[in-house]
Ligand binder design. Structure first.
Ligand SMILES: [Zn+2]
Ligand SMILES: [Zn+2]
Length: 308
């Protein structure tokens, strides 16, 4: 799995930071989390094919998180896309999709399917699920959580106590099939253990520090709003954002695996100050940069850049 930070800035872009978008690359599929203005150009710089984008999640309708949709859709059409595109977003997403269709002077030759998200929304795919949790921002906003499904393994103790010997039937049970073994009906639940842990990525979007995502943070790659430094804690509260220190406190309290700071205000030219502030609380912290690539390989996280 790879995470590519396409845009990491706050409400206003800067020379170095585009508006927000994060690409999750998993089994050849690209899932975009938010699509700020300029996302398509960032994809070109990152050498990511916009044709491979299958799903786009929009966390909320502040311009810095969705205005890139229109240009991206137009380019996809221009390049002859024909496979459908699913766009997930809060109530009103169907209207945004309608506007995208009407705006274009080109005909859009592929299906765009709007899907409304809500608190507790869950998209179940074969090898992953995506969950949306409502966070604490000035308008309806959702954290977006990606969870890899690893399936359940055989519990050795359970098969021992049932007297089941190793054989092809174990694979059938793992696949969820009920079998008959020595005249007895064996259901998967009788022999399978807990679900194995897969990769989890939690993107908070814009929010004050919140506990609603607490259950998902353990061992996750946490991408947290860090608009301000902690001397501006009051301003962060008033504007429904977080400080770098608050992001780190959440990461520490709920045992994240790694913290990436995002949505960094245009006032910070040098982000090492924010990063240091967070690192004092939670060592495994990195201030995300545009075109930064995070590769997750088993227990390792490699951080590089697509800009070379
Ligand atoms: Zn924002
Ligand atoms: Zn916002």
């Amino acid at each position: 799995m790879k995470i590519v930070f396409l845009g990491t800035g706050g409400s206003v872009p800067t020379k170095d930071r585009n508006h927000i978008s994060i690409a999750l690359i998993y089994e050849g599929e690209i899932i975009l989390l938010d699509c700020g203005e300029g996302t398509q150009r960032q994809m070109i710089k990152a050498k990511l094919s916009m044709m491979k984008v299958s799903k786009i999640f929009i966390s909320h309708f502040h311009g810095d998180h969705f205005l890139g949709l229109f240009g991206l859709i137009q380019s996809m059409s221009f390049f002859g896309r024909n496979k459908p595109l699913y766009i997930f977003g809060p109530k009103g997403i169907d209207k945004i999709v309608e506007i995208a269709r009407e705006l274009s002077i080109y005909e859009i030759n592929f299906d765009i399917i709007p899907v409304e998200i809500y608190d507790g929304f869950s998209l179940e795919e074969k090898s992953y699920r995506i969950i949306c949790k409502k966070v604490d921002h000035s308008i309806e906003t959702y954290a977006i959580i990606f969870e890899e499904k690893k399936g359940r393994g055989i519990d050795k103790e359970k098969i021992k106590s049932l007297g089941i010997k190793p054989g092809p039937w174990l694979r059938e049970l793992k696949e969820g099939k009920t079998i008959v073994y020595n005249g007895k009906i064996i259901t998967p639940d009788m022999v399978l253990g807990e679900e194995k842990k897969g990769i989890r990525v939690v993107y908070t979007s814009d929010t004050r520090p919140t506990n609603v995502i607490a259950n998902y943070i353990k061992d996750s790659i946490l991408i947290h709003d860090a608009t301000f430094d902690d001397s501006l804690r009051l301003e962060a509260y008033q504007k429904y954002h977080s400080t770098a220190k608050q992001a780190a406190e959440i990461a520490r309290r709920f045992n994240a695996r790694h913290l990436f700071l995002i949505h960094i205000s245009s006032r910070y030219k040098d982000v090492s100050y924010l990063e240091d502030e967070a690192k004092k609380i939670f060592e495994n912290t990195t201030a995300a940069r545009d075109l930064m690539v995070v590769e997750i390989v088993k227990d390792r996280i490699n951080i590089g850049s697509m800009q070379d």
